[in-house]
Every structure is written in structure tokens, then in C-alpha cells.
Design a protein around this ligand. Structure first.
Ligand code: PHE
Length: 344
């Protein structure tokens, strides 16, 4: 009986002293395996007199159970400890600064283009696109600017060959769309895109720039429709309360043609240095589609009329964002471009 007590005490002590799972496993083998000390006690039972056997047997069983439970409990304790130790070791230091992800921003000209697109889509217009390398025919001929027309001097052109050029205005797309419609009205579209003109680049000139053309052809379209539409656009682009005015002008593809001014959004028309004291800022060219243009494209000018306008996107962006050099749009300086993350 003393021996049982001894084995039990030494086992419990060994369990208590075991500080890792490996040692605990050794203790388990030492006491509970077939060759272990508790099994040895069982074997000793054979040598005892018959009347002592039951008590001895039950004591050994109690001892075995106690040791088993103690080992299991210790095992759980050590496993949990190991888990926490692992978690501790693998802890990520979330205070370390992360690698910065640099996001691009929408280009200011694209912001203006998208604003125009949304505005006109809202009024039921569709968006048309066309080639930048254009035929002389669409850029000039169909726009009522034949070969020897002096108006060709208004737009110095990059020619690729005598019949192919880089389009000088989005009006070329207007002509393609008119031709495509085969005399079927109504037409209601805008055509945004890049255009090219031979120019010496400086703060206000660029050999490449962007326009958006607007075109409406239907029955009973008048100059008043053009004015209402452009006034709506001016208010959407430059803030409410803007008024516009028409000044007579000349474009071969519109008659009458107008230059459109918007009341200065910076001084509300009182006169400031942006509008050079006049209270007005010129923003685009427009007019009623020339009857000859309608006719050349298969529309009966007695039945149909239309208006067209062409707005320069750089000009609008420069006014809206206070940019004083057009070259900023094309030199891709991150310090300039990143300012526009607030606007997209
Ligand atoms: N195409 C003209 C330009 O580039 C603008 C314009 C378009 C004028 C449509 C009238 C009508 O200057």
C-alpha cells in the first residue's frame, strides 16, 4: 500500500514539474504505459494474499485514474500555453507604416468631358466617337469648306497626305454622323475628342487640344433652342445664375454663326481680371447648321434645321480650376495632376 502511495506521489510531482509536452509525454510513458510503474503495481498484485487483493486492486485503480486525470489536465494546460506562445510570436506589428499605394487621379480634361457627357446624356443626347486621323472630306469638304476656301486658313492643319489629316475640329465627327443618318432626323448627339492644329505651343496655345461638339437636327429647331441649351450648360459648368450672350461670328458650316460668352463666374459680371473687366468670358463657337451642310448630307433644309456648337475643354478647365498655362494638361507633372483627386 505504501508503494502505491509512493508511486502516486512521485507521479503527481513529475506531472507538476513537467514544463513542456515532451516531458509530460515521458511521464505518461513512465507511469501509464504497459511497462510503466502503475502497471508494475498491478503485476505485484499476484504475489499478495487473496484477502488483500481487492483493496490493493482498487487503490491501484484510483491511483491510475488520478495520474491519468492529472496528466490530461496538465496536457491541456501546456497546449494552451503553447498556443498563446505561438500567437504571441506571430503577432504582427500593425503600427509599422504600410507601403503606400499611389492611386492615379482622373485627368482634369476627362473630368470636364465626363461632366459634359453626363449633362447631355441627361438631356437625351447620345455620344458619338470618330477617328483622329481623318479624311479631308469629313473635316473640311462636308463641313462646307472646299479645297480653296479661305476658311481653311483659320485652322492650320497637320496633313498626312493630301486627303488625310489630323482632324482640326470635332465638327468632322458631326459630318460623319450627319452622313450616317441618311436624312433621318431627329439627331441629338455630342462628340468629344482630341483635335490638332499647327500652332506654336505657349501658355494659351497647344497643337493638341480637346473639344466637344454638340449637334441637334430636327424639325423646328431654332436659335432659341441653342441659346437655352447653352445657358443650361453654362449654369451646370460654372454654377447657377450664369447668363450667356451671343455675338455674331463666322463658321462656314453654320449660318448664322455666333461666338458665345458666359457672364463671368468670378465677379458675377461686374468685371475682374479674369474677364479683363468686361464681365463676360468667351467660351465657345456655335450656330445653326448651314442649309448647304444639311443638303450635302441628304437632309431637306426646308423641313429640317439644326444647331451645333463646339466647346474647347481646356478653356473650360482653365476657367473652372484657375489654371493659367494650357501646357499643364500635357506635360503630366504629378504635382499638377494630383490636385484633381478632389474633383473626380
Ligand atoms: N468647329 C468650330 C471650331 O473648332 C467650333 C464650332 C462647332 C462652331 C460647331 C460652330 C458649330 O472652332
Amino acid at each position: 500500500m505504501d508503494k502505491i502511495q509512493q508511486v502516486q506521489e512521485s507521479a503527481l510531482q513529475a506531472i507538476q514539474d513537467a514544463n513542456d509536452l515532451e516531458t509530460l509525454n515521458q511521464v505518461r510513458l513512465q507511469y501509464l504505459s504497459k511497462k510503466g510503474s502503475i502497471q508494475a503495481l498491478m503485476s505485484e498484485m499476484k504475489t499478495l494474499p487473496k484477502e488483500e487483493k481487492p483493496e490493493f486492486g482498487s487503490k491501484v485503480n484510483v491511483c491510475k485514474q488520478l495520474v491519468t486525470e492529472a496528466i490530461d489536465a496538465k496536457q491541456q494546460e501546456l497546449e494552451e500555453g503553447a498556443l498563446f506562445a505561438n500567437l504571441e510570436n506571430e503577432k504582427i506589428d500593425i503600427t509599422l507604416p504600410a507601403t503606400q499605394v499611389k492611386l492615379g487621379t482622373v485627368h482634369p480634361l476627362m473630368i470636364i468631358q465626363q461632366e459634359i457627357e453626363h449633362l447631355f446624356i441627361g438631356m437625351g443626347y447620345t455620344i458619338a466617337e470618330g477617328p483622329e486621323v481623318e479624311e479631308d472630306y469629313y473635316n473640311f469638304e462636308l463641313a462646307n469648306i472646299p479645297k480653296d476656301h479661305p476658311a481653311r486658313d483659320m485652322q492650320d492643319t497637320f496633313y498626312i497626305d493630301p486627303n488625310t489629316l489630323l482632324r482640326t475640329h470635332t465638327t468632322a465627327m458631326q459630318m460623319r454622323e450627319l452622313e450616317k443618318a441618311k436624312g433621318q432626323a431627329p439627331i441629338k448627339l455630342i462628340c468629344p475628342g482630341k483635335v490638332y492644329r499647327r500652332d506654336d505651343d505657349d501658355a494659351t496655345h497647344s497643337h493638341q487640344f480637346m473639344q466637344s461638339e454638340g449637334l441637334v437636327v430636327a424639325e423646328n429647331i431654332t436659335l432659341a433652342d441653342l441659346k437655352g441649351t447653352l445657358e443650361h450648360m453654362a449654369n451646370a459648368m460654372f454654377g447657377s445664375g450664369r447668363t450667356i450672350r451671343f455675338r455674331p461670328s463666322y463658321f462656314p458650316f453654320t449660318e448664322p454663326s455666333v461666338e458665345v460668352d458666359v457672364s463671368c463666374p468670378f465677379c458675377n459680371g461686374k468685371g475682374c481680371n479674369v474677364c479683363k473687366g468686361s464681365g463676360w468670358i468667351e467660351i465657345l463657337g456655335a450656330g445653326m447648321v448651314h442649309p448647304h451642310v444639311l443638303e450635302m448630307n441628304g437632309f431637306d433644309p426646308e423641313k429640317y434645321s439644326g444647331f451645333a456648337f463646339g466647346v474647347g475643354l481646356e478653356r473650360v478647365a482653365m476657367l473652372k480650376y484657375g489654371i493659367d498655362d494650357i501646357r499643364n494638361f500635357y506635360i503630366n507633372d504629378q504635382r499638377f495632376l494630383k490636385n484633381f483627386d478632389r474633383f473626380d
